[in-house]
Design a protein around this ligand. Structure first.
Ligand code: ZN
Length: 174
């Protein structure tokens, strides 16, 4: 396993569309392992492969309720219900925060690292994380969608507390 460099806002890679994974081989597994390690290092709850410079439809997300990580290869959202608006940040843009509207609940299909397809339902902060990371696969950044950026430190703490109240286990932040 190796730590990968995180691509930052302003770099072209983050604006490109990622290609579908067709081959589920050891190259993919190394990428996933490296993404896991990179998340450990930088403490995020989600990472998309373009953020480590690889334009493949691969994301790793953490369920904020269970703190379990899920690897999603070729994720496709099949259903969106409701709406929520919470503060978001990104490992590719440390220190930048903004409010984004997202669906409250989503359903999706994806494959695991061995190519086995499965279905997943997500709500609350976990749904936000998945939508944020899938956007990365389409070259979209949260700052494109944010209707308000949060500059003030106190305002930011309040916004994070509000978002974390949605999680069953409250210790993680991003
Ligand atoms: Zn991001």
């Amino acid at each position: 396993m190796a730590l990968r460099r995180v691509v930052m806002f302003g770099e072209d890679t983050l604006r490109k569309t990622s290609r579908k994974v067709e081959v589920f081989d050891d190259k993919l597994w190394v990428l996933l392992d490296d993404m896991q390690q990179t998340m450990d290092q930088f403490g995020g709850v989600g990472l998309a492969s373009p953020q480590v410079g690889i334009l493949r439809r691969v994301i790793v997300v953490e369920d904020s309720d269970t703190e379990k990580r899920v690897e999603l290869v070729n994720p496709v959202i099949t259903k969106e219900v409701g709406q929520q608006r919470e503060v978001e940040g990104c490992l590719s843009s440390p220190g930048e925060w903004g409010y984004v509207k997202r669906p409250e609940r989503i359903s999706l299909t994806a494959s695991n690292r061995y190519g086995k397809e499965f279905q997943l339902d997500a709500k609350g902060v976990f749904a936000i994380t998945i939508c944020h990371e899938i956007d990365h696969l389409n070259g979209k950044l949260f700052t494109d969608l944010a209707d308000e950026m949060v500059e003030d430190e106190e305002e930011l703490e309040k916004a994070k507390r509000s978002r974390n109240r949605k999680c069953k286990r409250k210790k993680k932040r991003r």
